[in-house]
Design a protein around this ligand. Structure first.
Ligand code: HEC
Length: 212
């Protein structure tokens, strides 16, 4: 679904990717007992391997919003901008602040929303619409995925499908992302930490590390 990532030549916006998951509840609504060390924000999956929707991601740490981001150098701005909002579970954020990189069980969510222009008192610029256009998740689960990380596309507010390892998600993130396959160069509160802790990837440094 979404992520209209514009690859060179095609075009367009980046949009959503997403998230983690709350511990299943029993029918009575009582949370099931969690393993001691496991947070309710830890990733969870159903028996078919689909990741459960991270229901509370909107209460997590906000990293950044991108508007109409494109990977195509000749991309034109579209009339209808798309926003993407990135969130991470608070446990992983706290670890990143300490170490400059992500611990096991990190869940990053990319949510996309349509940009709106005229509404209420707004006459210029754009704000975000209420409808979520897509949610994609980038999850680090070392014991589960051979490459440690995996991408999921949330099909609905219940669960999401795994992108196969051949999907472009993996190669673009591996080749261009600043820290451990995540786009920290675009997360303004994290980039200075990664610089200080010297956790920036070799490929990112080689590309010129142009994000300021
Ligand atoms: C051409 C490069 C490229 C491709 C392909 C790509 N992404 Fe991304 N992705 C990005 C960039 C750039 C960001 C930063 C977004 C921002 O700053 O708002 C990002 C951010 C994300 C995030 C937020 C967490 C993170 O890792 O930084 C998720 C989740 C995500 N992408 C999922 C996906 C999924 C799923 C796919 C495949 C369907 C995909 N991406 C394909 C470039 C890419």
């Amino acid at each position: 679904m979404l992520l209209k990532i514009t690859l060179p030549a095609s075009g367009l916006l980046l949009v959503a990717c997403l998230a983690a998951s709350p511990r299943p509840q029993s029918l009575s609504g009582t949370p099931q007992p969690a393993a001691k060390s496991e947070s309710p924000n830890a990733p969870a999956y159903n028996k078919d391997g689909a990741m459960l929707f991270p229901k509370r991601y909107r209460e997590w740490v906000f990293l950044s919003s991108g508007v109409d981001m494109s990977y195509n150098p000749t991309a034109q701005a579209s009339g209808h901008p798309t926003f993407d909002n990135v969130f991470v579970n608070p446990e992983a954020y706290a670890q990143f602040v300490q170490t400059g990189t992500w611990p096991d069980k990190t869940v990053l969510v990319l949510e996309s929303r349509a940009g709106m222009d005229k509404g209420s008192i707004n006459h210029r610029g754009h704000y975000q619409g209420t409808e979520v256009m897509g949610v994609e998740v980038h999850v680090k689960d070392e014991a589960r995925f051979p490459g440690k990380w995996a991408f999921f596309d949330m099909d609905n507010e219940v669960s999401g499908s795994l992108f196969p390892k051949e999907a472009s998600c993996y190669s673009c993130h591996a080749e261009h992302a600043a820290v451990d396959t995540t786009f920290v160069q675009f997360y303004p509160t994290l980039l200075p930490i990664a610089k200080q802790k010297q956790t920036l990837s070799a490929s990112y440094l080689k590309e010129g590390a142009t994000a300021k």
